[in-house]
Design a protein around this ligand. Structure first.
Ligand code: FAD
Ligand code: NAD
Length: 469
């Protein structure tokens, strides 16, 4: 039973979870004059993203990219380096330092904005009450921002040592001889790339007949070719039915996705990355009557309100892409709505980036989606092989692809495989947000020589008038 009650004044807002959704919502609400608390059970703030997601994975991607360039890219520039050694312990320590600086940064921002961190597990007792490890706090509004967790697979028991989720895969203290990745999605390809660059043989087992489902087919196919050229191995249309840990590694049983004869392969480490699912354990949702959908996600209306007045939800725990920037934007929009403003999120313009090298960046609709919706469109494409800066960098894999409405020329989608694609897509996100046409982008003066000229050329190509191909 709860043993204490906060003063009647209580809080205007209690946010449960301090990931990018929760901490941003808390800060924005405090900026708007609310008295805010954020409940976090982890020892540090920042949620999945800062602790075991975006930030540590990008630190390892950068480190592994550096060593890979040193080993395979520098000789071409006439830079001969001998005796390159990997100090994995130092690489992991650096990653921990990067994470540490980021999570401490959120603590500083909470203090600066006078957001109270309630340390412990939050449970909703009623629309106006949250219990945190035995203490009950009164509040006008509650935001559920409890994020997501790795989806389990029957027959593959995660121990975070031999059979790992992304969390364990970020912590390995030795490069595996053979890493088998189950799931050819974002996590599998990012972390598969990390360990491959550090020396592991990597096999990705994917249930579907393609990688990263939902991404423009042409981009996916080209991406698969590039990763194959880099040395990653793919077993598409294949499922894993069992993983048995023995003294000599892990034995995985594979079957064709559609059924058929089983085979066994050996692995030193198995990474299970078949998706993530909403996390609501211990929140007391059923007792308070908060509705969840068939996939366990908290149901919300278009304005983040659940079916229970005074209780809202944002981020990975609700429907939509599981992305940090989507969660952040929802946090801002909700805080502004609670303050009587008109915050909203444009779900049509949310970029998605895979931070491999080359990177994949996607925005808006794919060609397949436009076809299915019967929308007439034009395609403009420009390869990085024809971009001067990409040639100078020695990074010519990939292309920019722009989809625009056939009649109005309005931008409908943009898909980039190439160097720094994640940065390049920002220009197109700005353009789409402003309702720009491909012609608008094509008329903008882009600095030479930059990778962004490939974006301009793809926009020109929509009208069949690219200049450099
Ligand atoms: P989370 O970040 O999951 O935070 C939820 C927090 O709530 C957690 O800290 C949890 O401890 C806390 N919590 C849960 N229940 C309770 C409770 N009852 N009481 C108190 N606290 C509670 N996205 C990107 O956009 N870019 C990337 O590069 C990227 N890389 C990723 C790499 C990996 C390996 C992973 C796993 C994910 C990555 N993501 C990335 C996805 C991104 O991390 C999530 O979309 C994002 O963290 C969701 O934010 P959130 O605030 O909804 O939840
Ligand atoms: P995902 O949804 O990206 O990919 C999962 C893959 O596993 C899919 O290709 C799916 O077809 C496959 N799969 C499903 N069941 C399978 C099975 N039984 N056997 C083999 N393959 C199977 O999921 P993820 O890679 O685990 O990532 C989870 C979430 O985290 C994603 O939604 C992503 O948005 C987010 N994330 C984002 C980033 C980023 O933005 N750079 C990085 C990491 C994670």
């Amino acid at each position: 039973m709860p043993d204490a009650l906060t003063p009647p004044s209580g809080f205007d807002l209690i946010v449960i979870g301090s990931g990018p959704g929760g901490y941003v919502c808390a800060i924005r609400a405090a900026q708007l004059g609310m008295k805010v608390a954020c409940v976090e059970k982890r020892a540090t703030l920042g949620g999945t993203c800062l602790n075991v997601g975006c930030i540590p994975s990008k630190a390892l991607l950068q480190s592994s990219e550096n060593i890979h360039a040193l080993q395979h890219g520098f000789a071409d520039h006439g830079i001969m380096v001998e005796g390159i050694k990997l100090d994995l312990a130092r690489m992991q320590a650096r990653k921990a330092e990067v994470v540490g600086a980021n999570v401490k940064g959120i603590e500083f921002l909470f203090k600066k904005n006078k957001v109270t961190w309630l340390k412990g597990s939050g449970k909703i007792l009623s629309p106006g009450q949250v219990e945190v490890d035995g203490t009950v706090y009164e509040t006008k509004n509650i935001v559920i921002a409890t994020g997501s967790e790795s989806t389990p697979l029957p027959g593959v028991d995660v121990d975070e040592s031999k059979i790992v989720t992304s969390t364990g895969a970020l912590e390995l203290d030795a490069v595996p001889g053979h890493l088998v990745v189950i799931g050819g999605g974002v996590i599998g390809l990012e972390l598969g790339s990390v360990w491959h660059r550090l020396g592991a043989e990597v096999t990705v087992v994917e249930f579907l007949d393609r990688l990263i489902p939902g991404t423009d087919n042409e981009v996916t196919k080209a991406f698969e070719r590039v990763l194959t050229k880099q040395g990653l191995k793919f077993r598409l249309s294949t499922k894993v039915t069992k993983a048995a840990v023995g003294n000599d590694g892990i034995t995985l049983t594979l079957e064709p996705a559609k059924g058929g004869p089983a085979e066994e392969i050996k692995a030193d480490i198995v990474l299970l990355s078949i998706g993530r699912r909403a996390f609501t354990e211990g929140l007391g949702l059923a007792d308070v009557g908060v509705a969840v959908d068939g996939r366990g996600r908290v149901e919300t209306d278009g304005h983040f309100a659940t079916n229970v007045p005074g209780i809202y939800a944002i981020g990975d725990v609700i429907a939509g892409p599981m992305l940090a920037h989507k969660a952040e934007d929802e946090g801002v929009a909700l805080a502004e709505r609670l303050a009587g403003q008109a915050g909203h999120v444009n779900y049509d313009v949310i970029p998605g980036v895979i931070y491999t090298w080359p990177e994949v960046a996607t925005l808006g609709q794919t060609e397949e989606q436009l076809k299915a919706a019967g929308v007439a469109y034009n395609v403009g494409k420009f390869p990085f092989t024809a971009n001067g800066r990409a040639r100078a960098m020695g990074d010519t894999d990939g292309f920019v692809k722009i989809l625009a409405d056939k009649t109005t020329d309005r931008l409908l989608g943009a898909h980039i495989l190439g160097p720094d694609a994640g940065t390049l897509i920002a220009e197109l996100a700005t353009a789409m947000e402003f309702g720009a046409s491909a012609e608008d982008v094509a008329r903008i003066c882009h600095a030479h020589p930059t990778l962004s000229e490939a974006v301009k050329e793809a926009a020109l190509a929509v009208d069949g008038r690219a200049l450099h191909v």
